[in-house]
Each structure stands twice: as C-alpha cells, then as structure tokens.
Design a protein around this ligand. Structure first.
Ligand code: SF4
Length: 325
C-alpha cells in the first residue's frame, strides 16, 4: 500500500477560528492526506474530538508571544516535535507572517496561507478552499464541521453565553452584547417558559453579580464544563444564544441552532453557516459597521452597534424561531 501524503496545518487559535478551519482537515482527509495540526493549548481538547486529525502538536501560545527567548524556545521545540514529519502540503492558517516561523526551516518553502476575508466570504470557505486551489472557487461548497450525536434535544431549552470574546492572548469587549441585555433576555425567556442555562468559561465569572436575582431560576454552568463537555451539553439544547465568540462555533459543531449577535464584526464571514439566517445585526447598520479589520477595531467608546440591539429584539427572533420548528 503506498504511503499517504502528509499535510501540516498551523492553526494555533482561537477556538472559533480553529473550528471554522475544520472543513479543511476533513477535505484533506478525503483526499487521502495524513493530517498533522499544530495547535495552541486552548483548542487542543476540541481538536482531539476530530477523527480527521491524525496528530496534534501542541504549542504554548503564551511562550510564543512572550519575550524573544521564550518565543525562540517554543519555535525550536515545535521544530523538534515535527522531526518525524515531512509534509507534502503546508497550510499556515494565519494572516500574520510570524506564525510561519513555526514551520521548520528544512521543510519545503511552498505553503498556502489564509488571507483574511478580503472578499468578505465566509472564513470556513476561505480555509477549506485551500485544499482545492486548482478548482474554480465558486463551484466549491463546504458544509460546516459537526460531530455526530444520538442525544435527543430537550424541548424549549436555551443556553446563553454572556461572557467570552476573550482568549489566551487578548480580550475583545467590543464584541460582547451587554451583560445587562442578557439579564433582560433571560427574564423574558423564563417568563415565556423556557429552561435557561447560563454558561461560559472559567474567565467568565465576572458576569455572576449581574445574575444574582436570577440564580435560582436558571441552571448556572459558568466555569463548570470543559470545551468537549460544553459541546456534549449543546447537543442536548434547543438553542444557544451569544455574540461573536467561541461558543457559537462550539454550538455549530454540536449542530445546536444559534441566535448569534453581531456588532463590530461581520456575520456573513463568521456566523455559523448552518444557522446564518438566525444571525442578528443592527438594521440598518451604523456607518462604522463593521469596524474590525481582522486585527484591530475602530476607536469606539460607546459600542452602539451592540447596545442598540434590544433584548426584546433578540427575544422576538428566538420566539419566531421556535414558532417555525
Ligand atoms: S466603532 Fe461602530 S462598529 Fe465598531 S464597536 Fe463602535 S459602534 Fe460598533
């Protein structure tokens, strides 16, 4: 039997970006590649659920973006971990050229890179099409990546993620729908008879004081589930609600419908593909939207693009969705 070709993917984080890139691993596997993925510690548990990835090489992103010595150490350490690998294709799924340093200097020079949404196409498409560069772009269609589940969805269950928009390297508060709006939305949902769970990661405990009056009326799961457990939980939920942050992509992997709330970023490029019709943005948009260029935001002190989206607007979107299912 001939040896399979090898593909090396460099995608360190963040959670949502890595999940949107999973169709590339799936397409490479379909084409007969053995897939090695160089990943940050944060996303490794999620990638471990994906059978199309044969090997995960973990890097410490804190070291990588620390001082010059820790970065050099982490890069050389990664090179050593890749000693047994000789890739036929290399994919550096970051716009920032510095991630290319993780590719050992003795590897082939040709590599394919992710160029951030100049065209405003969905990132899933931008990643996955790299496996088909010889094809006409417009003929390609990619399903988002999801995990099989046999779990039944519990009726009228809604999971909210009011925190997030923060990873190991940066905090993006301008992406967050105000926590007070989540509190108001929770009240509407409880009154309408929904079973509400408030979830989030270990760095989201700051939202707790805002929900004090509702703690005995909701399931409180902030900081209580690791990422794979969150996916399993979302496989049982009727709906997830959050802004542009990792959990909308965890929900997408779980095939859990999402109402996703967008302000400074563009829903068309990142909202879960399967549930894009449920993405909510101001209509009409503000002249400054979207202000995120892939790295930085516009100078902003009031975040009106999200503050102006009322809890009632989101609640109406949710009830309309449940009336159609
Ligand atoms: S500048 Fe405009 S788009 Fe950007 S965060 Fe502020 S209100 Fe939103």
């Amino acid at each position: 039997m001939p040896e399979s070709k090898r593909a090396l993917i460099i995608k360190i984080g963040a959670i949502g970006d890595a999940i949107m890139a999973l169709p590339l691993a799936r397409e490479l596997k379909r084409k007969g590649f053995t897939v090695t993925w160089v990943a940050g510690t944060e996303i490794t548990p999620v990638l471990g659920l994906v059978p199309e990835i044969d090997e995960i090489i973990r890097v410490n992103q804190h070291s990588l973006f620390g001082n010059i010595f820790s970065a050099a150490f982490e890069i050389v350490r990664t090179w050593f971990k890749l000693l047994r690998t000789w890739p036929d294709e290399i994919f550096v799924l970051h716009g920032d050229y510095r991630y290319s340093f993780l590719v050992p200097i003795w590897f082939p020079r040709s590599r394919l890179s992710f160029v951030r949404a100049k065209t405003r196409r969905h990132h899933t498409f931008e990643y996955a099409r790299l496996a088909f560069l010889e094809s006409e772009d417009n003929e390609l269609k990619f399903d988002p990546y999801s995990l099989n589940s046999t779990q039944p969805r519990l009726p009228r269950t809604v999971c909210l993620f009011p925190g997030g928009a923060r990873n190991a390297l940066r905090d993006d508060p301008l992406r967050r729908w105000p926590v007070d709006s989540y509190v108001e939305l929770t009240k509407h949902l409880i009154e309408a008879g929904f079973k509400v769970t408030i979830s989030g990661g270990p760095s989201d405990h700051w939202i707790e004081p805002s929900f004090t009056s509702l703690k005995n009326k909701v399931e409180w799961a902030v900081g209580q589930m690791k990422l794979p457990e969150t996916i399993t939980f979302l496989q049982t939920q009727s709906l997830a609600v959050t802004h542009d942050t990792g959990p909308i992509h965890l929900a997408s992997m779980a095939e859990c419908p999402t109402v996703s709330i967008f302000g400074p970023t563009l829903a068309a490029t990142v909202a879960p593909l399967r549930f894009q019709h449920l993405a909510v943005e101001l209509d009409p948009k503000l002249p400054c939207q979207p202000c995120y260029d892939g790295k930085n935001y516009g100078i902003c002190t009031n975040n009106l693009c999200l503050k102006e989206l009322s809890p009632h607007t989101i609640f109406k979107k949710i009830t309309a969705y449940f009336q159609t299912t």
